[in-house]
Design a protein around this ligand. Structure first.
Ligand code: NAI
Ligand code: MG
Length: 339
């Protein structure tokens, strides 16, 4: 089957890490019996400057039509692009693995997945300003809390069967209170899963002190956003962090990080975040379409990434001296067995 992929390169380092990831995709199409029809769409700050819109209708339609979407980071228009897309397509589960691969300068051993509610909370965007006051409304619904808890359970069953619900229900009694109650209720349907909970401040400390104690972290939108950058750093750096925004029958994959304007255009950005997003996309497509070859490809790609890291094929943020595009070229050779 030929998969149609909507590809948004984004802003800042987005186009650079996209080029490297496209090189990897080229090797995969050459080396395996899988094929992709990549269609490029614009979104983000540069797109706003060119077209007057941060998220043009053509891009929205392209995403709707594609089997899956992969997106580089965008800049200051993130709220108009990614936060909007998550709500527009009801991509309610943000799946963010943090795992320390060999050869990285990880703070501690870590192998967990943050399962972040992706459509509501404070990121709903209900903010108002008047008379010297600014007010934000935090929306937490039973429906969204239940379905994200179910997603956490699904992943937990494939792993160590352990879920930590992260909240702040001692202070945010209604919103976090509801999330905690509904999550507990949903998870109680899976007696084989060990469920515990932690306040978000304590969890942020525990992520550094004993990250190995976590398997699945189930949390609300903003807490998940913040904790996933922290978890990524524990694992060796934001440049390694990939994510999936998953809905009922659509999914969008992207690095966890932003457009990194401080290093954009220098050719030194770490593209593994984008390449690992590609790997997550293969996995999702494979499971959805029962495509054994593609599932195999996702496993091989991960093993090639590990091999590359062990060989020291790393960008400066990881202590290496490779340039962004060279990571793509070296992986290309490794995948086709000539590296
Ligand atoms: P950032 O994630 O872009 O950068 C934080 C730090 O990590 C910087 O020092 C950067 O150089 C470094 N970094 C990030 N990715 C890297 C990579 N692949 N390789 C090497 N180093 C990397 O966060 P920041 O600076 O807060 O945000 C920059 C812009 O990105 C903002 O305009 C923000 O709105 C946007 N953003 C977009 C997101 C998205 O499209 N999903 C997510 C987060 C931020
Ligand atoms: Mg973030």
């Amino acid at each position: 089957m030929k998969y149609e992929i909507a590809w948004i390169k984004g802003d800042g380092i987005g186009p650079e890490i996209s080029e490297a990831a496209l090189k990897v995709l080229e090797a995969i199409e050459k080396g395996f019996n899988v094929s992709f029809d990549v269609k490029f769409y614009l979104a983000g700050d540069d797109c706003l400057n060119i077209t007057g819109k941060a998220l043009p209708e053509e891009t929205v339609e392209g995403i709707r039509r594609a089997h899956a979407t992969i997106k580089g980071p965008v800049g200051e228009t993130a709220a108009d692009v990614i936060v909007k897309l998550r709500q527009m397509f009801d991509l309610y589960a943000n799946i963010r693995p943090a795992k320390n691969y060999p050869g990285l300068n990880a703070i501690k051993d870590i192998d967990l997945i943050i399962v972040r509610e992706n459509t509501e909370g404070l990121y709903k965007g209900f903010e108002y300003e008047f008379d010297g006051k600014a007010i934000g409304i935090r929306v937490i619904t039973e429906r969204a809390s239940r379905r994200i808890a179910r997603e956490a359970a699904k992943l937990a069953l494939q792993r160590k069967k352990k879920v930590t619900i992260v909240h702040k229900a001692n202070v945010l009694r209604k919103t976090c209170g509801l999330f905690r109650r509904v999550a507990r209720d949903e998870l109680s349907k899976y007696p084989e899963i060990e469920v515990n909970e932690m306040y978000v401040d304590a969890a942020s400390m525990a992520l550094i002190r004993n990250p190995e104690s976590f398997d699945i972290i189930l949390t609300t939108n903003m807490f998940g956003d913040i904790l996933s950058d922290e978890a990524a750093q524990v694992a060796g750096g934001l440049g390694m962090a990939a994510s999936g925004n998953i809905g009922e029958d659509m999914a969008l994959f992207e690095p966890v990080h932003g457009s990194a304007p401080d290093i954009a255009g220098k050719g030194i950005a770490n593209p593994y975040s984008m390449i690992l997003s590609l790997k997550m996309m293969f996995e999702w497509l494979a499971n959805r379409h029962n495509d054994k070859e593609l599932l195999n490809v996702s496993k091989i790609l991960e093993s090639k990434i590990v091999e590359a890291l062990k060989k020291g094929i790393k960008t400066p943020d990881l202590g290496g001296s490779y340039r962004t595009i060279d990571i793509g070229s070296r992986l290309y050779d490794l995948i086709l067995g000539s590296g």
